[in-house]
Ligand binder design. Structure first.
Ligand code: AMP
Length: 356
């Protein structure tokens, strides 16, 4: 275990709301964060000690950044992996690069879950128009076409119904390499959020029930309803096995569908996750604080609930304009991310409510 004392510098690749909330948690424990991101308006930089504004493949800037850090983490799983290998000697990097390699590729991710005993939706790799035809013949419709790389929040996806013109779907995903996934019939969606320490200790938060609208998370509630609780052990066992085999350190999130045949693994995020934002007030130790504790080699904090029930609602696009009305209910915990411009589909903040 490599313990970093408070006062040390934590480097974070990525400058969005996850970096912002990590930075706040780190500051509370006496650490300094150094954000590395290409956007000069990075909202994580506003609350951090240092900021390097540079491209992810700018090796010179990246090296200077890495040399200023005592440990490096990331808040965005699509950071290019190759440049990270060049800075690997400068400071420990948690979670491991292997986790990024897997999470950046939907095919690798599904095979990884299957190799650890998990169930995924039936899928076929699509490399060109002809293989799309073949994949849909094999899997059937309805199906979902997802780009293998760089997809998140329902972006880079196209839903195929029986009889659809496949040309349109192939164009909709930019004619990029994809997976065609069979449509999963599920009763609920949920995520397993765990933290793994440098000594291999694993702790789970309560399992949130997640409701998505238009492919974007809208609401997470914990504890899970019975239908999810019944599948939680299997899902947790899979997530823990995957974490162990990557020698993972930090928070790992795995998203699942609850089906009549048990949990079906959808995807993993090698980072803190939107479905765990409720843990800031709803758990004794938040996902952000425990991520910082894990990567700094500190003892992990208690993940138990602080209330009978916790709900988190995302504020998407114009919904954040309701901030005054939300604050008029004194029980609401409002989080606004400081993003200047509100666009449809953009995560602007969230609100958490505890029920005692
Ligand atoms: P993803 O980007 O893979 O997390 O997909 C976003 C959302 O689309 C999921 O949370 C589900 O609500 C839905 N979805 C994705 N894949 C499937 C699938 N194979 N079957 C049914 N719904 C899906």
């Amino acid at each position: 275990m490599q313990t970093l004392p408070p006062g040390s510098t934590i480097g974070i690749l990525g400058g969005g709301q996850l970096g912002r909330m990590l930075s706040v948690a780190a500051a509370q424990l006496g650490y300094r964060c150094h954000i590395y991101a290409p956007d000069p308006n990075s909202i994580a930089a506003e609350v951090s000690a240092e900021f390097t504004c540079a491209q992810d493949d700018d090796i010179e800037s990246l090296t200077r950044f890495a040399e200023s850090c005592d440990v490096i983490s990331f808040e965005f799983e699509n950071v290019p992996v190759d440049p990270l290998h060049t800075i690997a000697g400068c400071a420990p990097l948690h979670p491991p690069i292997a986790a990024l390699d897997i999470a950046q590729n939907r095919v690798a991710e599904k095979n990884f879950a299957r190799n650890h005993g998990g169930t995924t939706a039936p899928f076929a790799e699509v490399t060109d128009r002809a293989s799309l035809e073949q994949a849909i013949t094999e899997i059937g419709a309805p199906a979902i076409l997802k780009t293998i790389r760089m997809g998140y929040d329902g972006k880079g996806q196209s839903r195929i119904q029986p009889g659809d013109d496949l040309d349109e779907h192939w164009d909709a995903v930019g004619q990029q390499p994809c997976v065609a996934e069979g449509f999963v019939t599920f009763s609920h969606e949920f995520s397993v959020i765990l933290v793994r320490g440098q000594d291999g200790e694993v702790r789970f938060w309560d399992t949130p029930h997640n409701v998505h609208v238009d492919g974007i998370l809208a609401v997470s509630t914990a504890p899970a309803p019975d239908a999810i609780a019944a599948q939680q052990d299997d899902a947790r066992a899979l997530a823990a096995k995957m974490a162990e085999s990557m020698n993972y350190v930090g928070v790992l999130t795995c998203e699942f569908f609850a089906t009549g045949d048990g949990p079906v693994f959808n995807e993993m995020a090698p980072r803190v996750h939107n479905s765990g934002h409720w843990s800031i007030e709803g758990a004794v130790t938040s996902q952000f604080e425990n991520h910082i504790r894990a990567i700094c080699g500190l003892p992990l904090g208690d993940t138990g609930l602080t209330a009978k029930k916790v709900e988190m609602h995302n504020l998407i696009g114009a919904q954040a304009g309701d901030w005054q009305a939300l604050l008029s209910d004194g029980a609401n915990h409002l989080h606004l991310y400081g993003k200047g411009e509100s666009r449809p589909g953009r995560k602007m903040g969230h609100v958490t409510k505890l029920h005692f």
